[in-house]
Design a protein around this ligand. Structure first.
Ligand code: BGC
Length: 450
């Protein structure tokens, strides 16, 4: 199956997960530094200080990207590396690092796709209330403006936020940084994130930068195990609380009546200031969708923490890691954006991947057949969606390197390239890296793959 002309093949990472160098290079701490140093918060209490040591290995990783032959590299800026206190003084070493990364990519003909926020709020701003404090809207807008001024002449593609649902998980549930479990606060923080996003888009337009700007939302559609009214209600609630919250603010002029009633019942309806919906809905140039799978809903055995019950889901095709391979999730996510929200801008699949327990390096080879099977199936759906006129313009594999997988620390490996996180942090290609390299070089997805 040919990769269509102009269809972007990329790989993605995020700053906190790969950079390391947490307290060098003038970087200020983020909420994830604080959170991962609290005993009990992460797998084996391992903190994220080292990431994949990508800060120190910039040239080596650029070499890997060049060898893979990808069109684009999606990475995020660490806000507290650029502006250690979140507002105010720039860190010159941080500016230099991102300049070297961007210029290095451009010199290789790889297009930088920069996300401003992938979950790592400067701790100095958390100390002032973080995403729960309405002032975050202007803190974020000012940070975005600085980034556009510094890098906007060379970065063709920007995303404001990656998966804003993480703000709910951090402030509403307490499972992520900053570890606050207050649903009302969490919902308010989610809304602030949408307004902050809109303000950043306005700053982008005002900056005169010539690239495009969008946002990245993860879509986990809910499917009922059986067609009962109870299941349908749970499915609707699950979607309303997650991706539909963002889509409603971005594309539908505000939260739906059903959402207002739902949040009213749980007393978590956020306060919405008069022009908020207008700001949040500032037109964007593309939508990034992260897609990993679906959620099965069963009212007779309901667990709101659905990710804990992934391997008990009914359904089809399970990988050895216990997660279901359901590539139609991609098509359904795109169709939902197109038909339920009339999204007309191009859509990029900005993340897709699966963890494979592939720590063993045999004769220099890492076998991760399930990852190839999984990504082939999703990439095929992305191309089919493109060819069917659904406006899917690219696919980014999550992720380039084994990295710091948030609360799972190094116990969950999503990389195409293995990193020896127990010792040297050396990089070794997995079979999936060879596969992706072949796909990129030949601009062809081998047929017979799902
Ligand atoms: C996040 C990544 C994370 C990946 C795998 C995505 O939701 O954006 O940061 O590593 O999922 O869990």
């Amino acid at each position: 199956m040919p990769i269509p002309d102009g269809f972007v093949l990329g790989v993605a990472t995020s700053a906190y997960q790969v950079e390391g160098a947490a307290s060098t290079g003038g970087r200020g701490p983020s909420i994830w530094d604080t959170f991962t140093h609290v005993p009990g918060n992460t797998h084996d209490d391992v903190p994220g200080d080292r990431g994949s040591e990508a800060y120190a290995r910039l040239d080596e990783d650029l070499g890997i990207l060049a060898d893979l032959g990808v069109d684009s590299y999606r990475f995020s800026i660490s806000w507290s590396r650029l502006i250690p206190d979140g507002v105010g003084e720039l860190n010159p070493e941080g500016v230099d690092y991102y300049n070297r990364l961007i210029d290095g990519l451009l010199a290789l003909g790889i297009s930088p796709n920069v996300t401003l926020y992938h979950w790592d709020l400067p701790q100095a701003l958390e100390d002032r209330g973080g995403w729960a404090n309405r002032e975050v809207v202007e803190w974020f807008a000012a940070y975005a403006r600085r980034a556009f001024e510094l890098f906007g002449d060379r970065v063709p593609m920007w995303a404001t936020l990656n998966e804003p649902i993480a703000i709910w998980v951090g402030y509403g549930l307490g499972f992520f940084a900053p570890g606050i479990a207050d649903p009302k606060t969490g919902r308010q923080a989610m809304h602030h994130a949408m307004v902050a996003h809109g303000r950043a888009v306005q700053e982008f337009r005002a900056s005169g930068a010539t690239g495009s700007i969008g946002i990245v939302v993860d879509v986990w559609k809910r499917h009922s195990v059986a067609p009962t009214d109870e299941n349908q209600v749970l499915a609707d609630e699950g979607e309303d609380e997650s991706f539909r919250f963002f889509f409603a603010e971005l594309f539908a002029g505000g939260l739906s009546g059903r959402q207002v009633r739902l949040f009213g019942r749980s007393d978590t309806m956020p306060h919405i200031a008069p022009t908020d919906y207008e700001v949040a809905g500032t037109p964007i140039d593309f939508l990034g969708i992260n897609v990993y799978g679906r959620v099965m809903v069963d009212s007779t055995n309901f667990n709101p923490y659905w990710w804990e019950q992934a391997d008990t889901m009914p359904g089809g095709n399970f990988l050895s890691n216990g997660t279901e391979l359901y590539p139609d999730a991609l098509t359904e996510a795109v169709q939902t954006a197109r038909s339920d929200y009339d999204v007309t801008v191009p859509i990029y699949i900005t993340e897709n991947g699966t963890p494979v327990d592939d720590g063993v390096v045999e004769d220099g080879v890492v076998h991760d057949d399930d990852r190839i099977k999984y990504m082939s199936a999703f990439l095929r759906r992305a191309i089919e969606a493109h060819d069917a006129g659904l406006g899917v313009e690219g696919y980014y594999a999550w992720t380039l390197l084994d990295n710091y997988e948030w609360t799972a620390a190094y116990s969950s490996r999503f990389g195409l390239v293995h990193v020896d996180t127990d010792g040297t942090f050396d990089r070794t290609y997995k079979m999936s890296a060879h596969w992706y390299r072949d796909v990129a070089h030949h601009r062809r997805l081998p047929v017979g793959d799902q």
